[in-house]
Design a protein around this ligand. Structure first.
Ligand SMILES: Cc1cc2nc3c(=O)[nH]c(=O)nc-3n(C[C@H](O)[C@H](O)[C@H](O)COP(=O)(O)O)c2cc1C
Length: 228
């Protein structure tokens, strides 16, 4: 059993979202065992997809020789892949987006209609056992609308995405004074990871607790703006 966290924050080890994803992954690992591997896309050499489509015609080998192939190899060996990223400009940070664009070798040239009636390239790699999870944080409180847009984009790329956990006020995970609310939230994320590993879904109670802000919006805003 292996769990891969693909962290898209340029803050790498200091990332707020990484704290969320690590807690969730520890919950999975408590139930299923297995090691947690972290890849920071911002530290990797990942060039832009040039759109040559050669990978779709040659069985899945990209013509660019950089770190993307190694990450894809690790991904394909993982049972869980957590796409971990903060909202950046109402979407995802660019290094993760660039990597997702480099997933072109996973599908062939053939275009098929999927179960939802949408067209997509047919898979040429076996992704059936890999559970894909999106974990996203945000700096603004009340980010629900941006989360919805980002989750929808993510699910269009990964239709079989198992779960999305989006959490506003994520800078609180790196503020000492916020520990009384942030640490219980990390425990909750760990519990959610364990629940997901056990049942393949979250209970309504866990989902509702994850969706609630850690502190009321007004207090967060006063804190963020330095108002005493
Ligand atoms: C370039 C940039 C763009 C951002 N865009 C948004 C945004 O659109 N919405 C939002 O709520 N927060 C935004 N934020 C705030 C981050 O989402 C927030 O600080 C988050 O906790 C950072 O997580 P990380 O430490 O994992 O990078 C942005 C931050 C940066 C640096």
């Amino acid at each position: 059993m292996s769990i891969l966290i693909l962290n898209g924050s340029p803050k790498c080890e200091k990332s707020d979202t990484l704290k969320m994803s690590e807690a969730f992954a520890r919950g999975i690992s408590d139930v299923s065992g297995g090691e947690i591997k972290i890849v920071h896309t911002a530290k990797k050499k990942i060039g832009y997809c040039t759109g040559c489509f050669i990978c779709k015609k040659n069985g899945g080998t990209c013509v660019i020789d950089d770190d993307a192939a190694e990450i894809i190899k690790t991904m394909l060996k993982s049972d869980y892949v957590v796409f971990s990223f903060p909202l950046y400009c109402h979407s995802m940070p660019s290094s993760l987006k660039v990597f997702i664009e480099r997933l072109m070798p996973l599908s062939s040239m053939k275009i098929v209609k999927d179960a939802e009636g949408d067209y997509r390239h047919e898979a040429q790699a076996d992704l059936s056992k890999m559970k894909r999870i999106m974990i996203c944080g945000s700096g603004y409180p009340g980010s629900k609308r941006d989360f919805e847009l980002t989750e929808a984009t993510f699910r269009r790329s990964f239709p079989d995405c198992g779960l999305a956990v989006c959490m506003e006020e994520s800078p609180l995970f790196n503020i000492k004074d916020a520990e009384p609310v942030a640490l219980p939230r990390l425990e909750l994320l760990k519990k959610a990871g364990a629940e997901y590993a056990e049942n393949g879904r979250l209970s309504e109670d866990t989902r509702a607790a994850l969706d609630a802000p850690m502190i009321p919006e007004e207090i967060y805003m006063r804190f963020a703006n330095g108002v005493k």
